[in-house]
Design a protein around this ligand. Structure first.
Ligand SMILES: [Fe+2]
Ligand SMILES: [Fe+2]
Length: 181
């Protein structure tokens, strides 16, 4: 095992120890802003489609599942494209992609079973709940480092201040933002 694999595994072990807290209600707020505008837009949409899934009825569940699946494919593809484009370090991108893959696999699974009537609304709502519980940790830990990395790259590599209360001010459009877009 080489050094990179070792650190990758350590990194994974570290994630496994992270506990997810039950999220009663996932609501969009500035506290969820990470500072990279297009990623924040994806996250705003994530909150919308997952909330719709959590509140779905037997009548709307399949449509809501479809929306979540389409959203996640696009959202994750975008993040992967940003990783590739900005040379996001492999050791982080592998863990990050693995989490995306796991999430997508469970969405595909539930969607398939729901489509053929093998599972009911309860299972669909449990999927929504697990997505709600998963998101804050993923955003905080994985997406925030990607967002900081992209902003660092597009703003000439200077250190990026991640303090949440500053993020909003930093997003006010100016020349450097225009060039990064
Ligand atoms: Fe994300
Ligand atoms: Fe992500």
């Amino acid at each position: 095992m080489n050094a990179q694999q070792t650190s990758h595994n350590d990194h994974h072990a570290h994630h496994a120890q992270r506990k997810t807290k039950r999220v009663e209600r996932l609501e969009w707020s500035d506290a969820l802003l990470l500072g990279h505008g297009p990623m924040d837009d994806e996250h705003r949409e994530f909150v919308q489609v997952v909330t719709a899934l959590r509140n779905s009825t037997a009548h709307t569940a399949l449509t809501a599942l479809d929306a979540v699946e389409k959203h996640l494919i696009a959202h994750f593809d975008l993040e992967h494209a940003w990783m590739d484009k900005t040379g996001f370090p492999d050791v982080y991108s592998r863990c990050h992609r693995d989490q995306h893959d796991e999430v997508l696999a469970s969405v595909f699974h539930v969607h398939q079973l729901a489509a053929i009537g093998q599972i009911g609304l309860g299972a669909v709502h449990r999927l929504a709940q697990s997505l709600m519980d998963w998101f804050p940790g993923h955003a905080d830990y994985m997406d925030s480092s990607l967002s900081a990395w992209i902003n660092g790259k597009t703003h000439g590599g200077q250190a990026v201040v991640l303090r949440r209360n500053l993020v909003h001010e930093e997003r006010v459009p100016d020349e450097s933002q225009a060039e990064a877009a």
